[in-house]
Ligand binder design. Structure first.
Ligand code: FAD
Length: 318
């Protein structure tokens, strides 16, 4: 079933979450350990993030630096298959990104996912490589999420890159995209960001999942602004509980978000990361309760590969 149909056809707010592929060399059971306890809250779908290659520099004895690219986490196709067939009631939503992929590589990944019976994708551009500062598309790749949406929509009509192909199978993907209540970091202002967000919806995206935020007012304002410019698809709030003291400094610069002083004050008082994790859980419970009360279509949790805090939040609100 399509995620968008779940979002539109449910009276109550749904519980959803995303998992990270384990680091290279680790076992698929790490993923099951995150999913298993969260099944109690009957997720209709779950997302699998994609992590592009990273650039690392290795210093040789001669003093020369060697530039290498490494994939620290494997791709999502095999994980999506494993999860789909283990948790058959749950729709799997792999993230698919522009960064690091040519159009051909993207098409091949989409063919694999479609063969596996996967029909939902979250379509993203991906961040710039750390070494690059600005996003550089792959040769013959895509510069923005909308270009990737357009490629998928062509496949949904049966148009593959090889124009000679005949009687092709039409793909049947439903697409979600990212939205930013506090604007995307590269965007000059929120109106420009919304202009491009609307383009993604017009290109065929069915729903939006937001960047994390700690102040629900930012989400409600964002939904209002979207509606005013004619973006009428479901908008799913994304929640990430603070889980270490250092998040106070890391999260704002990484995600271009504010942390309200009331929350920052509580985290500053914490002596240990365990204390901060508890503060994060309590804040996320408060956020979730209000989002559910005000009928958000789902609340989507960023697990960062650990289930315990998300379990405690979900137990209190779902
Ligand atoms: P775009 O929609 O392409 O937007 C990027 C910027 O370009 C914005 O400033 C936008 O305003 C502007 N823009 C958009 N279209 C155009 C256009 N046609 N012309 C000019 N400017 C344009 N990253 C990962 O690598 N893996 C993941 O699994 C992942 N999951 C995510 C899940 C969610 C819910 C969210 C919110 C983000 C996720 N990200 C992930 C991060 C995401 O890849 C980054 O935020 C990235 O910098 C932007 O992605 P986007 O899809 O929003 O890009």
């Amino acid at each position: 079933m399509k995620v968008v149909d779940h979002l539109k056809n449910n009276d109550k707010t749904l519980f959803s979450f995303e998992i990270l592929p384990p680091l290279k060399g680790k076992d698929i059971n790490l993923i099951y350990e995150v999913i298993d306890p969260l099944m109690e809250f009957e997720p209709k779908y779950l997302n699998i993030t994609y992590h592009r290659e990273e650039v690392v520099y290795k210093r040789h004895k001669s003093g020369l630096l060697e530039r290498k690219t490494v994939h620290k986490r494997p791709g999502t196709v095999a994980i999506a298959a494993a999860v789909k067939y283990k948790y058959q009631k749950v729709n799997v939503v792999p993230h698919i990104i522009c960064g690091g992929f040519s159009r051909e590589e993207t098409e091949n990944a989409l063919i694999d996912l479609h063969f596996l019976g996967i029909r939902n994708l979250l379509v993203l551009r991906g961040d710039p490589l750390q070494a690059d500062k600005v996003f550089i598309p792959e040769e013959n790749g895509h510069a923005n999420a909308i270009d990737l949406i357009n490629q998928i929509q062509c496949l949904n009509k049966g148009y593959y890159l090889d124009e000679e192909l005949q009687n092709t199978t039409k793909m049947d993907f439903s697409l979600g995209v990212a939205g930013y209540p506090e604007k995307h970091i590269e965007s000059p202002n929120i109106d420009t960001d919304l202009f491009y967000l609307k383009k993604k919806i017009e290109a065929g995206a069915d729903y939006i999942v937001t960047q994390l935020f700690f102040d629900n007012k930012k989400y409600f304002d964002f939904v209002d602004r979207c509606r005013k410019v004619g973006i009428n698809v479901p908008i799913v709030p994304g929640i990430k509980p603070i889980s270490i003291k250092n998040h106070l400094n890391i999260l704002p610069s990484t995600f271009n978000i504010d942390i309200p002083e009331e929350l920052a004050k509580e985290v500053r008082k914490c002596k240990t990361n365990d204390d901060a994790r508890q503060v994060g859980v309590e804040w996320a419970i408060m956020q979730s309760k209000e989002l559910i009360e005000r009928k958000a279509p789902a609340v989507h949790y960023y697990t960062m590969g650990k289930a315990d805090n998300i379990y405690n939040i979900a137990k209190a609100v779902f």
